[in-house]
Each structure stands twice: as structure tokens, then as C-alpha cells.
Design a protein around this ligand. Structure first.
Ligand code: CA
Length: 230
């Protein structure tokens, strides 16, 4: 998918020039010529980066940047004609990601945009690759790290205990027979039998239950098997 850029700039010649160069680099570009309309679009639509002029009719660039930052973490590249403004932007801590002074070469702008875009995409990408976690009533199973927290306290599980707990927790309220659990967790070549399941359930309960005589999580369904209660 093409990355979308919003240019908020009141000088049309500059906005058009920026747009032309960015489009040559395969970006999709939209232009708004005033602070208020630019801000409205930046908040309402999904842009991957905003190029923001400082002196704008309506709301100025300082305020636009501040308001975008309240809800969005997309890169904001601020543009100003005055070197002093850049110092002011830095001083105010508006959360702008970069500053560029006019006049600038279009290729410099494109280079900066690409750098911010790839940095942002890496950041967003790393967030979407977050650990695979199952959470149920105080039990937090991090499948990626293979760690289990019980009410905020980490407990150690053997490989099979971890696999069995995770399998049950991922199928809440489903009753499994011991045979089904044995087949699911232990491969066919395993030495052992379905009594192994009972032993493992007991060990897991000792780690996760407050009172093993009255299990709150893994329930025994007499004559059938076990289920993870939600
Ligand atoms: Ca301006």
C-alpha cells in the first residue's frame, strides 16, 4: 500500500512543488492550505506523515502540531522560513520529529521524508510483532517468551506443564478427556499414559490455584476430564 502524506502549507507554489517530488517517489500526497482544515484532515484520516508549515492562516503550525500529537504518533516534519522558528519549535517540545528551513531542495525534503517513514514503519512493525499472550483472570501466559505470571508473580513450568496449561487456557469452557489432552500435548512416541495428564494437572494446580482442593481455574469434570473455567 502507498504511504500517504499530508502537506499543510499556505503557499501553493511550495505545496505543489513538494507534492510533485513526493509523488515521483511513489507517495500519495494531499494538500491543505490552512491550519484548521489541515488539522481536521490530519485527525480524521490515516496519514503516514505530515509536512507542516509554521505560519498558516487559521491555526498556526505550533498549535496544529500540538493537537496532532495529542492523538497521533505519525511523524511530523515542520517547515519554516526562519531559522529562529526552528529553535522555538525545539524549545517548545511540541513533539515534531524534524525541522526543515525554507528554502530547501526538494530532494532533501524527499530524503528526510523517506528516513522518517522507514523509522516509523519499523516502530509500528515492531509493535505488531508483540508477544502472543493469553490472559485469563489473573493468569498471563506469554506464549512467545514461554513465561507464566500468576497475579503478577512469575511461576516456573516444565515444557509439558506449560503446553498443557496453554492449551486448556486457549480453549476455555471446553471439556477435554484425558485421552484428548494426552494426544494433544504428548506425541504418540511418548512413554507414558493418560495418568501422566492427571499428574501434570496436579502440578499445574499447585502453581496456579489458591486452594488446590477448590480449583478456580482447571476444573475436574468427573468421569469425563478437565476444563479451563472462565
Ligand atoms: Ca506559510
Amino acid at each position: 500500500m502507498m504511504s500517504r502524506i499530508l502537506i499543510i502549507e499556505d503557499e501553493e507554489a511550495i505545496a505543489d512543488l513538494e507534492k510533485d517530488y513526493l509523488e515521483l517517489s511513489e507517495f500519495e500526497v494531499e494538500i491543505e492550505n490552512a491550519g484548521d482544515t489541515g488539522l481536521a484532515r490530519a485527525l480524521a484520516e490515516d496519514f503516514d506523515l505530515v509536512i507542516l508549515d509554521l505560519m498558516l492562516p487559521g491555526i498556526d503550525g505550533f498549535e496544529v502540531c500540538r493537537r496532532i500529537r495529542k492523538t497521533k504518533d505519525i511523524p511530523v516534519l515542520m517547515v519554516s522560513a526562519k531559522k529562529e522558528d526552528i529553535d522555538k519549535i525545539r524549545g517548545l517540545g511540541l513533539g515534531a520529529d524534524d525541522y526543515i528551513t525554507k528554502p530547501f531542495s526538494p530532494s532533501e525534503l524527499v530524503a528526510r521524508v523517506k528516513a522518517h517513514m522507514s523509522r516509523y514503519n519499523r516502530l509500528v512493525g515492531s509493535q505488531t510483532q508483540a508477544n502472543d499472550v493469553v490472559e485469563i483472570r489473573g493468569i498471563r501466559i506469554d506464549k512467545t517468551a514461554r513465561r507464566v505470571m500468576i497475579n503478577g508473580e512469575e511461576k516456573n513450568f516444565t515444557t509439558k506443564e506449560f503446553d498443557l496449561l496453554t492449551f486448556l487456557a486457549e480453549h476455555p469452557n471446553h471439556v477435554f478427556t484425558k485421552e484428548e489432552l494426552f494426544r494433544e500435548i504428548w506425541d504418540m512416541d511418548s512413554i507414558g499414559d493418560i495418568a501422566t495428564v492427571t499428574v501434570h494437572i496436579k502440578k499445574i494446580r499447585e502453581k496456579i490455584e489458591f486452594d488446590t482442593a477448590k480449583p478456580q481455574y482447571i476444573e475436574t469434570i468427573w468421569g469425563v476430564g478437565y476444563r479451563f473455567k472462565v
